[in-house]
Design a protein around this ligand. Sequence first.
Ligand SMILES: [Zn+2]
Length: 65
Amino acid sequence: MTVQTRQPASSLFGTPEIEMCDRCGMRARVRVVLDGGELYFCRQHAGTYRETWQQRMYLVKDLPL
Ligand SMILES: [Zn+2]
């Protein structure tokens, strides 16, 4: 699986904003911290990729609702 990472949004906007899923654009519910950046996923895509994260021991955080 190839993933595209991006810089944390907080560095661009200064304050936390509602994050969007990097796959479908829905409101993100999970943040995944990688070596090169962060990824955001909605519930559906969080389930899709969760197994990959656990295998690589990425840090996964649930976002506040
Ligand atoms: Zn999604």
